[in-house]
Design a protein. Sequence first.
Lengths: 112, 126, 90, 111, 493, 908
Amino acid sequence: MIVVAMVLMTLGTAFVLAAAIGVIRLRDPLQRMHSATKAGTLGTALLILGALLTGTIDRTGTGLLTLIFLLITLPLVAQVLARASYVSGSRLEGIGSDPLDGELDRTDEMLR
Amino acid sequence: MTILYALTGAGIIGCAIFMILSRNLVRMLLGLSLLATGTNLLLFLAGRIGSEQPPIIRDGAKALGVSADPVAQALILTAIVIGFALTVMLGVLVLRAWRSGGTVDAREVDAAEMVGPAQERDDLHG
Amino acid sequence: MTLTILSAVLGLVLAIALVLAGWRMVRGPGFADRVIALDMLTAIAVGFAALTAVTTGRGAFLDIALGIALINFVATLAFAAFLERKRREP
Amino acid sequence: MKQLRRLRAICVLTAIFLWDLVVASVSVARIVLAPTIRTHPAIIAVPVSVRRPWAVALFAYFTSLTPGSTCLHVSDDRTRLYLHILDTQDAEASVARFKQLYERWILELEA
Amino acid sequence: MTCMGDALLLTLPVLVPFLGAALALLLRKHPAAALMTGLAASGFVLLASVALLTRVMVDPRVPLTVFGGWPQGFGIGFSAALPGSALVVVTALILFAAAIYAIGDIGPRRRRGGYDALMLAMAGAMNGACLTNDLFNLYVWFELALLAALGLLTIDRRPAQIDGAIRYAAFAMLAATFILIGVGMIYGMTGTLDIRTAGAVLADSPASVASAVAAALLLGGLMLKSGLAPFHLWLPASYHTAPTTVAAVFAGLLTKMGFYALLLVMVVIFGVGRGAPGGAQLTPLLGGIAALTMLLCVAGALGQTDMRRILAYHVVAQVGYMMAALALGTRDGVTAAIFYMVHSMIVQANLFFGAGLIRRASASWDLTRAGGIVRREPLFALLFAVPVLSLSGIPPFSGFWAKLFVIRESLDADMAWLGGVALLAGLLTIVSMSTFWSDACWKDARRTSMRAVPKSGLVAMALLSAATVVIGLMPQWLWSIAQLSARLLEGQG
Amino acid sequence: MFVILLISLIGACVMPLAARVIGRGAGLVIALLPIGLLAAFVSMAPVVERGWVLGEGRNWAPRIGLDLTLRLDGFSFLFCLLVTGICALVVIYAGGYLTGKPRQERTRFFTLILLFQTAMLGTVLAESLLVMLLFWEATSILSFLLVGFDSRSARARRAALMALQVTAFGGLMLLAAVLMIGHVLGSYSMAEAVRQAETIAASPLGTPIVACILIAAFTKSAQFPFHFWLPNAMQAPTPASAYLHSATMVKLGIYLLARFEPVFAATGWGRGVVVTVACLTMLVAALQALRAENFKSALAYSTIASLGILTLLVGLDGPAATVAMVGFLLAHALYKAALFFCAGVVLHATGQQNLRALGGLARVLPFTALACVGASLSMAGIPPFIGFISKEFLFEAQIESSWETAPLAIAVIVNAAMVGVAGVVTLRPFFLGGAKHRELRNGESLSLVAPPLLLAVAGLLISLDPDWITRVALRPAVAAVYGRAVDVDIAVWHGLTPMLMLSAVVIGIGALIVRYWRQIHIRLRGAERFDRLALEKLWERSLRGLMHGSRALTGWVQHGDLRRYLLVVVGGMAALIAWSVIAAGAVPRLPDAGTLRLAPALVALVGLGGAVAATRAQSLFTAMIATGLTGFSIALTFMLNGAPDLALTQFAVEALLVVLLTALLMAVPLASPATRTPAMRRSDAVVAGVMALMLVAGIVDMAAGPQGSAASAFYSEMSYLGGKGHNVVNVILVDFRAFDTLGETMVIAMAAVLARSLLMRRGRAAQEAAQPSVHFSFQAFGRVLSWTLLAASLVILWRGHDQPGGGFVGGLVAALSFALLSLAYGVERAERTLRAGPLTLVGIGMACTLASGLPGLIAGRPYLTHLWWEPVWFPKLGTTMIFDLGVYLVVLGAVLAFLFGLQREATK
Ligand code: NA
Ligand code: NA
């Protein structure tokens, strides 16, 4: 059990690190958002799961609640951030056609 | 660790002071918020650091074992909330200044220093 | 014991992630980049809470994890709302 | 019977959700950790069949999980979702996948 | 008197204003009810504080209550050691006078803005600061006073008020930081927040960098609060923007609260006057600060024609005298400082009251435009002469004794030069205040139509003027209290 | 004597009311008071005559060293006679002089005059120097009020201010002198000071004491260079001039000098200074008296000259000088008061003061002319008037003193000038120049002419039969001043003495001056350089300079630039710390290095990095994000060091700051162009850096010191047993140190009041704000998430006593839930959901918090003693919960007050 816990924790942390690297390396805010929210949150979820499995903590309920809340809010945060990035005029790398053009107001110049 | 934290706290305070000295009122406001943060870190050192254990009595126990100093934490908790109230209050003042004068440059927000007949028109109240 | 060491190592990794996210927050270039990096911090903080809970064996830190998740989520939304609205002004 | 169908839909959706989450994260991590970043981002419009607002929201929600896709915007008449896709070669395939994988079950719920 | 009675007496000066503030807040939509709440609470606090002082004078055992019923040193304690309980009475007197004055000065709009709640909160803060034994608690009261002050300052939302409040807030937040770090360091060094215990621990330990830094931080922070030069700059930039009643209460209470804390910290914790390690190195500096404050701020007053600004500068200059007394580092110096503080609180508040009435009558804050009071409002002119003369140090008013003590003690402490500076500043004060009175009251009004001053204003002024005269005629009474206070402060009571 | 003073004081307050009732005769009625007092003093004559000293003492404030001690000796007695006697005449005279003035003004005048009488009596009767000082200052103030009596006149006000400022300066000097004497002797007794004159002079404070006394005396007695206020003081109504500025008040300086003669004589230089100043005064005054254009100022300058003579006599040694001083004091009071009265009559009658414009009044004002002649003859020192006798004494004193001839020569010249002035003021208005005035505004009346006539006659009678006055007043006075009895022989005719010769010379020169006055006068007036001798211009210029200087200084200090203000504060603070550390001479200590924990170290450094980035950010938004990074890292630091409560609170605060400050940033421009030059930034950085280093030194040294807190140990032990809570931090907050929390709650509440009064309220915004444009999903899920947060906040509140949480965090999280609502649906919706106004929540919360302490108080325990109830059906219930609930409500209400207000303002 403890081994599973440790593996999960390590894996989770690795995901978080990967997400952070993505935030650095990816080229535009929308791409970075994918990395930050998804990989980051999954990593954290695994970390919590691992921590719960170590058996040293007597707060399984809280841990699970955290996990669920994180996972439930993750897509919402992703959507809101994505839209905010878009309308705040972020540079979008490599996007060919933009069907949203005309549908959603967008600042011409990126807010910076 | 103590020295590192002391350097960090004081460094934050130094940066905060640098920002407070700016003439942009919003910058000053952010500086004051930073100032509170740095101060809290220094206060934390007054209780000494060393234990990662929270000052929470374990279930079944009657007294607290080795843990971080609870008094310093209680003080900081108070200080955090007061600092928050002050920061936000200053924010409100800055916003009002912006609404009335259209500027957040401290050099142009100087109505209080200009005393005399000019400002008397509007300050009679019943 | 191994758990403690592992936690320390993982903590360091999380700290590095924090440095990276912090770097993006500070460097931008856009407001959106900074906000996204800020959201990344939530995950890191919750991770730290979980690790601290493991090293100290205290569930209190998991309460904090939940608290952070609840709280920071609103901060992200507030920033997003700011970005949405601020665009209308020159 | 209807309740049962709904329960099944919820279970399926949860399972898809968790699975997709892992897949999404792994794929993002792969992209990120690759020696050179090679992404093909795109913004695509997805027509929506479900009508109830919560159902649309749910659809948008699930599309935001899949490997590297996020709902950017829901059109005001709630007939289209606009997705940002991190790495796609074939936009049409993606649209089809969303409709097939999620919308079907959400329709089930809405019914 | 039982212990229970003590607990009640010590709690009321803080509890009643706070309860009143809560009530006033809930009643804020009904200005008349808020007014009555404020008036009733102020009056009740005055009675309670007089009862407390009487209790202290009657029974030599210092009344003490520890909130929460914990042993002394482990909870926050209030004790009515003398300077505190005397200041509570003065505070209550000023606030009661202000409540009366406000009847004619604070209209429904301001009351709906929360005037009464803010004022009562400030009263509670001031009383708390006077009674508390706890260093951090003192900090909390300072913050409360600050917030209440800012609320009162900006109650009309005028640009000048906002600007003044920003300046005030910026300084105050720096001050709070200094004080807070200082308090934290005291805790870090002594492990206690009880002022006396901390002082005892520090007195027994050798001088250290930490104690030197903490002493400087607390001194600097409290200098900011009490407006001592060169940290006084915020005060003349903000006080004058407030409504009259508010400015009067500020002048009477705020800086004195800062100075009282300064006194407490310097004497009790750092043993100024006892040559204890920790604060002794600062003593020589205090004299310079005092001299600078007196001269710089009197000069400030001389350079103005706006009544409120003149008075604001005098507020600070007066703190300079108190600092001069403290700087002597003797027990009689501390006594003189306490005497001066009480005198100055009453007089400063009264002066602002007077300025407000002059403004009411002549529709201008500018001295060059005011005038004609003696003929239109002879009673007011007479009442106003009392604080004017007292501030100028003319006998037989309280200010004469206050100045006399400062100078006398400076001689006894072999710091005659400081007394000389006080004398010089006194001369300049006379020049300033005689011009003030002559211009405001004596000369002819520029405008023919003058408005009558409200009766409530006169009643408030009469109250404070009477106090000034009583102190002037019976200086020994206050001197004895101050002397006993100084002894208690130094832990020899 | 107390009784006398008391009667005088009460009388001063009561008697003038007569002027309200009675018209013309008021003066006579009111004069009963001074006459009665005079009678009382005369009745003491037998005692004084024997050289006894009457003493009385009352304890006033012995701890301050202030005893209300009075003493009546010969010198005081003489003054008392003058003060009360002349007061009687002044009051009578004023009764006539002020007819036509409104009753209120007359009442005021009489009150002031009688109060002044009291003050004078008090000054000369005081034995304690402090008491003397009290009355001395009172005379200054009353003089101020009397000079400026006609306050409508700018000149009068200016003169009054000048008089006040000069004499108040002197008063402060006297205060200093008295305090220094008290310091040297340990007593404020005047007798003691005189007795120990040598001790005083020999003490290190001897020189300043004497200097202060001399300055005090010179200002009061209008000696050069402080003389200029007196001619200006002639703006006072004439009766007041007669009383204050010739007969009595200005003599207080002489009184002081005479009393302290032993003290300044004991220094090597005291007499020299006094004599020199006296001579200068005499010369200047004589010159100006001849230049004076109008009646009253001629008299004023002659008064200054006379005061110079008196000062000279005090300065000269030997008994004859004392005799001469006492004699001249009396003589001068008599004739100068009379002359002022006459001047007043002339002014009253003609409205004209210019000596060259007046003439031939003897026909219309015969009695006045008569009195004037009498007084002038006395002034000119013509036998058999008393002035002659005093002049004789003067010359005798000079010849007998140890001084060389210079003072003598000056005295001769000055006296000659006095003769001239006396002649001029008599002859010109009354006898020369033809009948210029046919129509008079006011004629003579009994109350106007009786006083000067009485004085003139008194001058004559005394010199013809000097025995009584010599016995009763002069001899005891001389004895009192000189310290032992001196044989005083007053007679008009001493035979042919050198003094007589000198008198003759004086009269001769004087006669010439009278003859050629017009020429001399015009010539002297033409010489404008003498104007400068008046020194009032200099005084006013220096006052103006003071004002300008002050303004310039204040402008320089109070320049209005907030940055420089704050720089002064921070720089000053750093300097203060540096001084403190260096002066304390302690060596900094270092704590044990301990183990370096990498992750926490890195986290802390990220915090520092955020702060640095915040200082360098171009945009305010970036600065805010960077600030947030710091806050976040410090919150993590708290968590990593065993402070979950702190971490949670800090996270909540950071989140709320984001919500609230973005609302601010919504309104203001984000770009913040540089407001400082690079040089400024550098200096700011240096100051900030130094300050930071100081703090590091202090904190590190503190951490190296011994550790251990009794309070912490107690709380750790008692938290559960006494406070029934597992979370020690929370128990501290709601129980051990609940009073802090109470205060903090009030802080937040007041912040809310401020926010509410400064920010827009519901209903103030004209139209409903449009739905904010946010993501559809956000609106779809917003409500449920908001309820989740609200529920969580209640859980946090509830569990706070045992687990991380409590009222603060609970309230903050609850506020976040409303923030969520307002972000998703607009602030209107959030406000509607709340239903109650934020301030109402705050008020209820305050009431809860405050009330939670009352049960304990009612139960006879200290306030905030929490009571617990553990029923079987529930774990535990305590008043702490009410307390924490109050905190929760206050925090929630306050944050919402800010939130709603800021968001409204932002979206306006
Ligand atoms: Na002599
Ligand atoms: Na001689």
